[in-house]
Design a protein around this ligand. Structure first.
Ligand SMILES: [Zn+2]
Length: 80
């Protein structure tokens, strides 16, 4: 049984344009997202690079272009 084709509103333009700054999006973090300190230290964490803040001691990892907090002693959850 074939499903019904999707219905589109002809008055709506389904396209969307956004400017993407890939250089910024994929650059290493420079500021702690928590306290704003620029004293982030890169740390070799095996197959990835983590970052720790020298001021507030928060630890961060880079996932899919986003910086996420790492809980000490716990693995970083992989995005699904
Ligand atoms: Zn910090």
């Amino acid at each position: 049984m074939a499903s019904a084709p999707p219905v589109f509103d002809d008055d709506m333009d389904p396209s969307h344009l956004a400017e993407l700054d890939f250089g910024t999006a994929f650059a290493a973090p420079t500021d702690c997202p928590d306290c704003g300190s620029s004293r982030l230290t890169a740390q070799d964490a095996g197959d990835r690079t983590d970052f720790s803040c020298d001021d507030c001691r928060a630890e961060w990892a880079f996932r899919l272009g986003r910086i996420v907090r790492v809980t000490a002693g716990h693995a970083v959850p992989e995005p699904r």
